[in-house]
Write a protein that binds this ligand. Structure first.
Ligand SMILES: Cc1ncc(COP(=O)(O)O)c(C=O)c1O
Length: 449
């Protein structure tokens, strides 16, 4: 069984997380429920800072808010001394509402609206990561009108092919993200930025993909980025202040997966950066990192209540399959549908029993809402609590109201107490934005069928 952070199995067979009995959490807060292990979250943040700072002191680690953001999370990131990446006005608003210092925020996005750019400038964010030339023009105009000079990183597409699911690759040539290095688009943006007195060119950025099991693809990207730093110096005379390599380190969702540790990852990144800088005789830039999943992923789990357990004949072979129906699914975790994500699960109220029953875990939505295609868990019964591990990143953040299902609550567990950090949506929340136009308010006489 995969257990992370403070998780352990109590004598009564219940899962404990953050010193709280998970089964009691499910009863107290309802299901589905996202539970966040605060200690593990903070430990991962500290590991990142310690691992990189120990090897390369000029480093800035930002948590990628797209993985998991709410106001309490922004407070934890702030307390731990990490910076914060946001990718929309909504994420920026969340961070600002949590009193996150604006100068430690970077704004991302491949199609920032003018309103998002203006909000970023008005709130004084520390960095804007520029995705394209139109955006550069828009930032220049908005900054000029305000008399502020924003610090910009140019997002580059280094043109490498990371070995991860095609839907979470971002560093290849054929990508919607950033400006291509090989085609000269990235250099054109840098020149425009340097020639514009309303803008400050602060550095270059790349993010090559997500859920990467080691740093080998990052190493290729670093080689290309260092060569580009050299090219920038040769053609513009500027030593670039900042080199940001994005995030991407993967986590263990299943027992057979073995991603490198944060320490190993940091060592590989720093060795490659130092090697690249030395090769071209470059000064050490500020090194930026933007981990999301590897900080929040394992710190979260989702608790569901098991409803009907159905045995159905299998079409391709003799025998039966057990479908375990849970009270959530693709509205609280769309990742299996989006890119075949895999998860480890077990029965949280009988976790000390053998996981000897092969099941398919089915969500409650229409479509093919299967959360886990095949796994072995303790013999499931209606009313059991199913724990799904590793849902701390890109789960709550990607949740929707599909089938008009209220989004679950999030609780933060630590030292035996659990605090609600996002309340469960109510049925009234679901209709709070709905409007019935006057002309639909009444049914015309005679139309009663
Ligand atoms: C620009 C950028 N930075 C950082 C991240 C975080 O990546 P991960 O959660 O894989 O660490 C992403 C994820 O898509 C991203 O697009």
């Amino acid at each position: 069984m995969l257990l992370f952070g403070t998780q352990r199995i109590l004598d009564n067979g219940h899962l404990e997380v953050g010193g709280c009995d998970a089964v009691e959490l499910a009863r107290a807060f309802g299901t589905p429920l996202y539970v966040v292990d605060e200690e593990l979250l903070r430990t991962r943040m500290r590991e990142y800072l310690a691992a990189f700072r120990g090897l390369y002191p000029k480093v800035a680690i930002a948590f990628a808010g797209k993985a998991f953001l709410c106001t309490a999370m922004a407070r934890i990131v702030e307390q731990e001394g990490l910076n914060l990446d946001v990718a929309s006005a909504g994420e920026l608003h969340t961070a600002l509402a949590a009193q996150f210092p604006a100068e430690r925020i970077s704004l991302h996005g491949n199609n920032k609206s003018i309103a998002e750019i203006e909000l970023a400038l008005d709130s004084g964010v520390g960095r804007i990561i520029v995705d394209n030339l139109l955006e550069l023009e828009r930032i220049s105009a908005a900054a000029g009108a305000r008399g502020v000079v924003p610090h910009l990183l140019i997002r580059c597409a280094p043109g490498i092919d990371p070995h991860t699911h095609r839907r979470i690759q971002t560093g290849q040539d054929d990508t919607k993200f950033g400006l291509n290095i090989r085609s000269g688009a990235a250099m054109e943006a840098i020149r425009k930025c340097q020639d514009d007195s309303a803008l400050h060119f602060a550095g270059i950025h790349c993010h090559i993909g997500s859920q990467l099991m080691d740093a080998s693809c990052h190493e290729q990207a670093i080689e290309i980025m260092c060569a580009f730093l050299h090219e920038i110096r040769e053609s513009t005379g500027v030593e670039v202040e900042e080199l940001n390599l994005g995030g991407g380190l993967g986590i263990r969702y299943l027992e057979e997966q073995n991603p490198v540790s944060v320490e190993e990852y940091a060592r590989a990144i720093v060795t490659a950066v130092r090697g690249g800088l030395a090769r071209y005789g470059l000064k050490e830039p500020m090194l930026g990192q933007e981990p999301g999943r590897s900080i929040a992923g394992q710190a979260g789990l989702t608790l569901y209540e098991i409803g009907a357990v159905k045995k159905v004949p299998i079409s391709e072979a003799p025998g039966y399959r057990s479908y375990v129906n849970i009270d959530g699914g693709m509205s609280d975790n769309p990742r299996p549908q989006l890119y075949d994500a895999v998860y480890h699960a077990f029965v949280a109220n009988r976790a000390n029993e053998p996981a000897d029953t092969s099941v398919r875990v089915a969500g409650k939505h229409c479509e093919t809402d299967i959360l886990i295609q095949e796994t072995r868990i303790q013999a499931p019964e209606t009313g059991d609590i199913l724990a799904v591990q590793g849902t701390g990143a890109y789960n709550y953040a990607m949740a929707s109201n599909y089938n008009r299902i209220p989004r679950p609550a999030v609780v933060l567990a630590r030292d035996g107490s659990a605090d609600l950090i996002v309340r469960r949506e109510t049925l009234d929340d679901l209709i709070a934005q709905d409007i019935i136009p006057e002309r639909l308010a009444k049914t015309p006489a005679g139309n009663t069928n």
